[in-house]
Design a protein around this ligand. Structure first.
Ligand code: C2E
Ligand code: MG
Ligand code: MG
Ligand code: MG
Length: 279
């Protein structure tokens, strides 16, 4: 009896595995033509200066609306794109489209033109084509390099410090800024800042989420801000959902902030409206 149950269990486990693999293969297949079918679109989440709440830039975030599967979160499909190598096709399209959008945005009243910050995945970093892709997108769009920022994750940089450092060098010579995304989650941030001289760090939203309740999170965030400033680099906090989080970060001189409390990600058209321009 037990043997039969065990066997059944084994079989259903295999079936569950097959199902997961099947789903993944299906998703990869669907993702392949998603851009051409117009299922992928870019949204922009505003980034604000904490001192005066002036919008200074935006982060591009990719969205996938599949006709049958519905809205698939980036945490799921970016992973599929990364594993399959599709990100090397999609990533440059996102970068190009973002540059072409950005050049259309009006200036915020009494401010400098917005920067646009683009996420770069580990695979894109390793492809060796990143610098050429950036140069091409800047040329084709006419976007000034100072208005483009790239976000690399700590995990992308780990183990590939030489590659990351040489890419950073090329980007800096072009005039493009680089930020380290999800900072603090890689558990090794400090040593990487020595080898990979980024222009800023984005404090991961997991630190911000409990800032007002967890003294350890507040202490770590305060330390990250101090450390970044002593290195002369910018600090951005992501995932600000409550005013009290904003106030804590502003009082600790965190330079920039982003989160639902300020604004959700919006379409390029809605961004233009927010800036008070003509859509
Ligand atoms: P990320 O780069 O750290 O982006 C920030 C994420 O936090 C976004 O999730 C954003 O919508 C979300 N967020 C913003 N404000 C808040 C807030 O106040 N509270 C909470 N809980 N979340 C907030 P999203 O859009 O789901 O993207 C998830 C991740 O997927 C991104 O994390 C990024 O790593 C990746 N991703 C998204 N678009 C792209 C892309 O075009 N290329 C690449 N390589 N990765 C992308
Ligand atoms: Mg990011
Ligand atoms: Mg992040
Ligand atoms: Mg993330």
């Amino acid at each position: 009896q037990a043997k039969v149950a065990g066997k059944n269990c084994h079989r259903s486990y295999n079936r569950a595995m097959d199902h997961a693999v099947e789903r993944r293969v299906h998703m990869e297949h669907e993702l392949r033509g998603a851009w051409e079918r117009g299922e992928l679109r870019l949204v922009y989440q505003p980034i604000y200066r904490t001192s005066d709440r002036q919008m200074v830039g935006v982060e591009v975030l990719l969205r996938w609306q599949h006709p049958a599967l519905g809205a698939i979160p980036p945490s799921v499909f970016i992973e599929v794109a990364e594993q399959s190598g599709l990100i090397e096709v999609i990533g440059p399209k996102v970068l190009r489209a973002a540059c072409l959008d950005a050049i259309q945005w009006p200036m915020p009243p009494g401010a400098v033109p917005l920067f646009v910050s683009v996420n770069v995945s580990p695979r894109q970093l390793r492809s060796g084509e990143m610098a050429d892709t950036v140069a091409r997108c800047l040329r084709e769009s006419g976007l000034p390099p100072s208005r483009l920022h790239l976000e690399l994750t700590e995990t992308a940089v780990i183990g590939d410090e030489m590659l990351a450092a040489s890419l950073l060098d090329k980007l800096h010579r072009m005039g493009v800024k680089v930020w380290l995304d999800d900072f603090g989650t890689g558990f090794s941030g400090l040593s990487h800042l020595r080898q990979v001289p980024v222009d800023g760090v984005k404090i991961d939203k997991s630190f911000v989420a409990d800032l007002q309740r967890d003294p350890d999170d507040l202490a770590l965030t305060t330390a990250i801000i101090a450390m970044a400033h002593s290195l002369g680099i910018t600090v951005v906090a992501e995932g600000i959902e409550h005013e009290v989080q904003y106030q804590l970060l502003r009082d600790r001189k965190c330079d920039l902030g982003q989160g639902y409390w300020f604004s959700r990600p919006v379409s390029s058209m809605d961004l233009v409206r927010m800036l008070g321009g003509m859509a």
